[in-house]
Design a protein around this ligand. Structure first.
Ligand code: SF4
Length: 368
């Protein structure tokens, strides 16, 4: 990982072990590495000179070999409902989006794990920019710090959801390291793992690894037949089809003391019929779970539409009658494209990335 300070090590790129090793090279007692980590993750300092419980000599010695390079945020955009969206401006000119959603004095932060995404879910704006790269742990954690800096005195972050750009389980090592830094209570940001949810399109082989991190799992289901899932989420469905996903979810739920969440983006005339509701009930039968219905948020260029409110209500009632715990997720921040499935446009514009679908269209037009 490059830093913008030449040969100096960015402390945020180092693991706990590496910071301890750096300290022991300088002859420090072990607890001093803990002090440095606290400054970084609990106080969010941006320079070594702010570490005031280190002596001036120790700060100077640390500054001779290391620095702190944080991810600078863009000016935030705030929607009418208070939903706030901002970019993290990365060293290589790319950008990543983060959204903070208000609920009274509390805030939910929607965190990204990749720039773009390798998957190609048809309803998702992020998919249109293609895959650029995985985020490093520090680039994930700094999204949370940048969100925290926007809070007022009596506000706090109540939960973190990995539902931003990218498929988190395809960047698992960085995700796991970021979660360790976010949850450590001795030197980290101290979030309870119970307040962190990781949402996946269905990358089944990492379910067990994720479970060991103690966080919640949400599965972006969106379909009640393999054919429908292939239409909406072709890349993931080719690897793990609907039945494999349901079986893996069932096994996960059996091992877990938490309820699984299934996310279901409701799309007009695609997956919003009463037959879909019946199939959904059957598929999830016996799995301890809840279902979040997310009415599709239309954006320009998308082939899909949001169902009418009547259709949404009928779908919800039918699923509820079938014995499932089902919630309707209110769309938040759609005037700044901060609603579900709508991350990506700001980041694409900031990094001058042309959405891949547009590229495809351009090259199709160029064919003789
Ligand atoms: S919905 Fe999630 S997994 Fe699918 S393309 Fe978008 S970001 Fe990737």
């Amino acid at each position: 990982m490059m830093t913008n300070s030449g040969a100096l090590k960015n402390l945020l790129d180092l693991s706990v072990g590496e910071i301890e090793a750096l300290g022991s090279k300088m002859g420090w007692p072990r607890y001093r590495a803990g002090q440095v980590l606290k400054w970084i993750y609990q106080n969010g300092v941006s320079s070594i000179s702010e570490m005031t419980n280190l002596s001036k000599v120790d700060r100077d010695r640390l500054q001779a070999v290391a620095t702190i390079c944080r991810v600078p945020p863009s000016v935030p955009e705030v929607a009418d409902d208070g939903t706030t969206k901002f970019l993290g401006l990365l060293d290589d000119g790319l950008a990543v989006e983060t959204v903070m959603i208000p609920e009274g004095h509390r805030r939910t932060v929607c965190v990204s794990s990749q720039v773009g995404c390798t998957l190609d879910c048809g309803f998702c704006l992020t998919a249109q920019i293609g895959f650029r790269r995985n985020l490093a742990p520090r680039e994930i954690v700094d999204q949370v710090w940048n969100a925290r800096r926007l809070l007022g005195k009596d506000e706090s972050i109540s939960s973190l959801v990995f539902m931003g750009m990218g498929e988190p389980l395809l960047n698992f090592e960085s995700l796991a390291e970021a979660i360790r830094r976010l949850t450590n209570v001795d030197w980290g940001m101290g979030f309870s793992p119970r307040r962190i949810t990781v949402s996946t399109a269905g990358w089944v082989p990492r379910f067990q690894d994720l479970q060991q991190l103690g966080v919640n799992l949400a599965i972006s289901l969106n379909a009640t037949t393999t054919h429908q899932r292939h239409l909406l989420m072709p890349a993931i469905n080719k690897r793990f089809d609907l039945m494999q996903l349901i079986e893996a979810s069932r096994a996960y739920a059996k091992r877990s003391d938490r309820r699984l969440t299934f996310e279901y983006v409701l799309i007009a005339r695609v997956n919003d019929s009463l037959d879909d509701a019946k199939r959904l009930i059957k598929l999830l039968n016996g799995i301890r779970c809840k279902v979040n219905l997310i009415p599709f948020n239309e954006y320009s260029g998308s082939p899909y539409q949001r169902p009418s409110q009547d259709t949404i209500d009928l779908f919800q009632q039918a699923v509820r009658k079938g014995g499932l715990d089902v919630y309707l997720r209110r769309s938040r921040g759609d005037d700044v494209l901060g609603a579900c499935g709508q991350l990506g446009r700001m980041a694409a514009e900031a990094a001058h990335i042309v959405p891949t679908r547009l590229l495809r269209k351009v090259s199709a037009h160029a064919q003789p």
